[in-house]
Design a protein around this ligand. Sequence first.
Ligand code: EPZ
Length: 420
Amino acid sequence: MMQNSKILIEGRKRLEGSVSISGAKNAALPELAAVVLSSGKFSFSNVPRVKDIHVLLKALKNIGAEFQLTGSTVDIQLDTLRSGLVPPEIVETTRASVLLLGPLLARHGYARVSMPGGCPIGDRKINYHIDGLEKMGASFRFEEGYIIAEAPRLQAIDFQFPGKTVTGTENLLMAAVLAEGTTTLRNCALEPEISDLVQLLTAMGAEIQSDDPETLVIKGKSSLDGATHCIIPDRIEMGTYVVAGCLENNEIKIENAAPHYIDSLLDILKEMGCAIQVDADSMIVRSCGELRPVRVETEPYPGFPTDLQAQLTTLLTQANGTSQVVEHIFDNRFQHALELNKLGADIRLEGNTAIINGKTSFAGRDLLATDLRASAALVLGGLIADGETVVHNAYQLFRGYENMPEKLQKLGACVKIIDS
Ligand code: EPZ
């Protein structure tokens, strides 16, 4: 997709039918990074075909990996590391290249990763990652926009994360599996993508225990094997289509799902009066007319996820009354609100709280997608707007949603991609 593609939406079409959920981007990213830890062969199935994954595969090729992409299966092997360099063009589009730090240090003793660029949703520090890796024996220096890290052999540590960090937990976990001795990581994040990574590492021969879910105990090994792994469904994509099903008079069946990953969203939607039928790996969502306003606060998993905050905000503009959304994770994650107001929403920002007055009707406008999840919220807004909505910077959407326009068209939406 061109950087300057846009999405045209002709709103007010009823959505009905079924949508199949793709693999989780935020599980596939650390799991592909884990390939660096072994010279063995890997086969990943249910890999989402999204931009961030393609960029990380390019980074892996750059350091010596060979891979084949067939549909949603990636066969990949990195038997000889060519270099520890991850160039800027890789990092600029996805911050996930930071996930190569731990594996490169563990396998290679050296990493040179371009500093992650700025991020529209807020300050994305990595001090917990660096602090933990330094305690494991790595030394860091920062030169010409690169993070350069070196470590003779990583040593086991007993480390408490000062705050919940998803990729910080993943980075140190991947460093620990080849470190000398037994590492204990405390106050780990609990996202399902981390448990999926633990499953992969265990299949590779790593020894990881976790009597209490927030504590991981890792007995370092001298080497690890390749593995075959099926990636879990994407809970954020799932939540996005659940919200779409609650809009107007839609009825959507969501398949290849894992409903228990989004219990926090389902509880909120029940409070709003939405009718959702939940089975083991599918859900049927139908809107139920009158939506009640709610107050929502984003929290680390299993709390309400910040990655669904923008999408839920779009739905809250259709509730009768005043809702509040409090964003605790990132300090600038309300840019979608300003764009939704162009459609006709009535959202006021007060610090880390968005106050949403509903119910408002939407008229199509030109909108600007500022980040991945904001772009999904704007597409949902376009679906319920009279007339045509154009979402510019649509590449943001393609970073993390597999074939969203096509999946929406199959449900009856009128959505087109324009590569200008
Ligand atoms: C992961 O980002 C996800 N990305 C994000 O999804 C998600 O929003 C985020 O977790 C929170 O759930 C991937 O998994 C690839 P954090 P991550 O470290 O790991 C602060 C999407 O849309 N912090 O959990 O970068 C940090 O500033 C993306 O798919 C430190 O202060 O997030 C933030 O305020 C967006 N120091 C908070 O913790 C650190 O060393 C949570 O960050 C690390 C984090």
